[in-house]
Design a protein around this ligand. Structure first.
Ligand SMILES: C[S@@+](CC[C@H](N)C(=O)[O-])C[C@H]1O[C@@H](n2cnc3c(N)ncnc32)[C@H](O)[C@@H]1O
Length: 287
């Protein structure tokens, strides 16, 4: 039973971090003329109206993109990300927020491939309709991990695989680790970006340890927690674990997060048990 709908959360602080990292990676890959493949394993609906009942009910975007979108960024990655948001909102009113496949479609060239899997029976057709006319695209109503087996490796042997599950089910962390190993075995040249929530610090650390424990080399951790750990309930922050990151990504994200971090923070002090900073960019496993 799939109860998660991303429309309740679109544009929140976790989306801002995730999509900023996505944009920075794609911008790097786009420097080469050679086509690339973008594979989105948990793609969502693609485009979200912030006026929808769901978005208005939680109003999470107001603490995320809502605080940020009029800002004149100094760092290149933040500027590029915000320019994409503006391209969807030309009337200077924040009405729409792009999901990860939409961000990819705004950035990629006609020769690049977009692949996506989305299981939800309502969100899948909304997503698929946005790609119906795009030549090099394959959008499937399929389980993410079955999709790795069916769709990887792509014909184009460079690209980005974004893995962004809702983490609603108990076995989702284990499924992800197994699925990542399968995908990596099939497509080791790709960059992988895996989103994870920080709800309870020990659970987040256990997840990182499990990914490091796969033995896959070259892992970069990028994390941003606008709320202190144990602030009460809910998600204090989130991270992206990036495998095979562009060599520029760590510095690009340090610049972007230095600028972004105070803007979404609800408390800029370190967390209550003084173990986690507001943001971090750290190499976990070397090349
Ligand atoms: C966090 S949302 C994705 C948001 C999207 N990546 C973005 O950034 O705009 C997670 C999505 O995964 C879908 N989903 C959940 N389990 C899945 C599975 N096993 N395979 C494919 N999609 C799944 C949900 O329906 C939901 O739309």
């Amino acid at each position: 039973m799939l109860s998660y709908r991303h429309s309740y959360h679109a544009g929140n602080h976790a989306d801002v971090l995730k999509h900023l990292v996505q944009v920075a990676i794609l911008d790097y890959l786009l420097q080469k003329d050679k086509p690339l493949c973008y594979h989105d394993s948990h793609a969502g609906a693609g485009l979200y109206s912030l006026a929808s009942e769901q978005a208005q009910k939680t109003a999470e975007y107001q603490q995320g993109i809502g605080r940020l979108w009029q800002y004149q960024a100094k760092s290149a990655a933040l500027g590029r990300y915000l320019s994409l948001i503006h391209s969807l909102n030309p009337d200077n009113t924040l009405a729409f927020y792009p999901g990860s496949p939409k961000i990819a479609s705004l950035m990629l060239r006609p020769q690049d491939v977009i692949q996506a899997t989305e299981l939800h029976p309502t969100d899948y057709p909304i997503l698929a309709s946005q790609f119906a006319r795009r030549r090099h695209s394959r959008i499937e109503n399929m389980d993410a991990y079955a999709g790795f087996k069916a769709m990887l490796p792509p014909l184009v042997k460079r690209g980005l695989v974004l893995i962004d599950p809702p983490y609603e089910l108990k076995n989702e962390y284990n499924d992800l680790v197994a699925g990542l190993q399968e995908a990596y075995r099939r497509f080791p040249q790709a960059t992988y970006a895996i989103w994870y929530p920080v709800i309870e610090r020990p659970a987040a650390e256990a997840f990182i340890t499990a990914i490091v424990g796969t033995g896959i080399k070259n892992q970069l951790r990028i994390e941003y927690c606008p709320c202190p750990d144990k602030a009460g309930f809910g998600m204090s922050g989130s991270g992206m674990l990036v495998i095979n990151p562009p060599y520029t990504l760590a510095d690009t994200m340090r610049d972007a997060l230095t600028e972004l971090a105070p803007m979404l923070a609800t408390n800029t002090s370190v967390n209550s048990d003084n173990t986690a900073p507001l943001w971090q960019v750290s190499q976990l496993v070397g090349e």
